[in-house]
Ligand binder design. Structure first.
Ligand code: DC
Length: 232
C-alpha cells in the first residue's frame, strides 16, 4: 500500500544544498518539488520589468496594487526538471541572474509580497505530496508539515562552492568577496522583521558541511519512511 502523502519542508541558508536534497526526495517519492525562492525571484523580475525595482528604490505602492496580478506556476521540462513560469511565461533562466537574486532578496522583505507568496505556496501544498524549500516553510508556510529539515553548511564551504561555480562560468571572482557576500546574505535572512530564517522547533537539523549528497538523501529518505510508518 502506498503511504499517506505528506508535506516535506526544507529550510536553510542560501547555497547550502536545499534544492539538491528537495529535488532528490521529490523524484524518489513521486512528489512535486516547489522552489519557493524562485517565486520571490519571479516577483523581483516582474517588478524589474515594470521599472518598479531599481538599484535605488522599490515602488512599493505600485507593486502592492499589482501583487494580485502575479501568478507563479511550475512545470517540468523535457528532462522532468521543474521550471518556473511567471503568468504563463517560462522565466527559469532569467530569474537566475545576479540582478534578479539581489532584487529577490529585497522584495522578499515586504510583508504584502510574503503574504501573497505564502498564500500561493499553501494552495500548491493543499493536496500534500510536495517538497518545498526556502527560508520560512517549516515556520510560516507549513507549520504543520509532517517532516521538516533545517540544513546548515559552514559559510566558508558555501562561499567556496559559489566561488568555484563563478570561476567555472568564466566570471571574475575573489574568494574573500564571495565569502563576505554569503555572510551579508545570512545576516539579512536571519535578521529581517518579516519571517526571518530560523529553525522550526520540530525541524531536524543537518549540518552537511562534511556530508555528501547521496548520504544526505539516504538519511532524508530514511527519516521519511520512519515518519510515514508512524503516521499510518
Ligand atoms: O533560495 P533563493 O536564493 O532562490 O531565494 C531568493 C531570495 O528569496 C533570497 O533572498 C531569500 C528569499 N526567500 C525568502 O525570503 N523566503 C523563502 N521561502 C525563499 C526565499
Amino acid at each position: 500500500m502506498q503511504s499517506k502523502r505528506i508535506i516535506i519542508a526544507i529550510d536553510g541558508y542560501s547555497s547550502c544544498g536545499k534544492s539538491t536534497i528537495a529535488r532528490g526526495l521529490a523524484k524518489q517519492l513521486g512528489y512535486i518539488y516547489i522552489d519557493s525562492g524562485a517565486m520571490y525571484r519571479a516577483v523581483a523580475l516582474y517588478a524589474l520589468r515594470k521599472g518598479w525595482l531599481t538599484e535605488k528604490e522599490i515602488d512599493e505602492d505600485a507593486l502592492r496594487r499589482h501583487i494580485g496580478d502575479i501568478h507563479i506556476t511550475f512545470n517540468p521540462n523535457a528532462q522532468g526538471i521543474q521550471e518556473t513560469f511567471l503568468n504563463g511565461e517560462n522565466v527559469e533562466r532569467e530569474i537566475r541572474s545576479l540582478q534578479v537574486a539581489n532584487g529577490a532578496s529585497r522584495v522578499s522583505t515586504l510583508s504584502f509580497v510574503r503574504r501573497e507568496m505564502v498564500r500561493q505556496q499553501q494552495e500548491m501544498g493543499k493536496n500534500k505530496g510536495v517538497v518545498m524549500d526556502g527560508r520560512d516553510i517549516g515556520t510560516v508556510v507549513f507549520p504543520d508539515a509532517e517532516m521538516k529539515l533545517f540544513l546548515t553548511t559552514s559559510p566558508e564551504i558555501r562561499a567556496r562552492r559559489r566561488f568555484e561555480e563563478m570561476v567555472a562560468k568564466g566570471e571574475q571572482a575573489e574568494y574573500e568577496a564571495v565569502l563576505a557576500n554569503v555572510k551579508e546574505r545570512d545576516l539579512r535572512d536571519t535578521t529581517r522583521t518579516e519571517s526571518p530564517l530560523r529553525k522550526a522547533n520540530d525541524a531536524f537539523e543537518l549540518d552537511n558541511t562534511h556530508i555528501g549528497i547521496e548520504e544526505q538523501l539516504q538519511w532524508a529518505l530514511h527519516m521519511f519512511h520512519k515518519i510515514t510508518a508512524q503516521n499510518e
